[in-house]
Design a binder for this molecule. Structure first.
Ligand code: SF4
Ligand code: SF4
Length: 93
């Protein structure tokens, strides 16, 4: 399943997209520890797979949660995306 977490407003679209089929095969879930803001949670999906999701309380404020990883100038690779060995995560902004 492709899961989209985030929101759209006058400033743009702020979504994190996760391929949960890949998460189900990812034992260590390194994106969780890699995120300095604790954006991710681990949960069981309807198919019984253990997958990563964006924490409920953070979905509506992702632009602000991720701001320190996304400076206006030269942007380094995002810690969460860099940590993912399966290429399962993308950000829309
Ligand atoms: S590291 Fe990638 S595949 Fe593993 S749980 Fe996180 S997003 Fe899913
Ligand atoms: S961009 Fe940074 S704060 Fe946002 S989810 Fe990734 S690691 Fe966490």
């Amino acid at each position: 399943m492709i899961a989209h977490y985030g929101y759209k407003d006058a400033e743009g679209e702020f979504f994190i997209t996760i391929d949960t089929d890949r998460c189900g095969r990812c034992e260590d879930k390194p994106c969780v520890a890699a995120c300095p803001r604790g954006v991710f949670t681990v949960e069981e999906d309807p198919y019984g797979d253990t997958v990563v999701a964006v924490d409920d309380r953070r979905r509506r404020r992702l632009k602000y949660e991720c701001a320190e990883c996304k400076p206006a100038g030269d942007r380094p690779a995002l810690p969460c995306v860099r940590a993912c060995p399966w290429g399962a995560m993308t950000h829309s902004w």
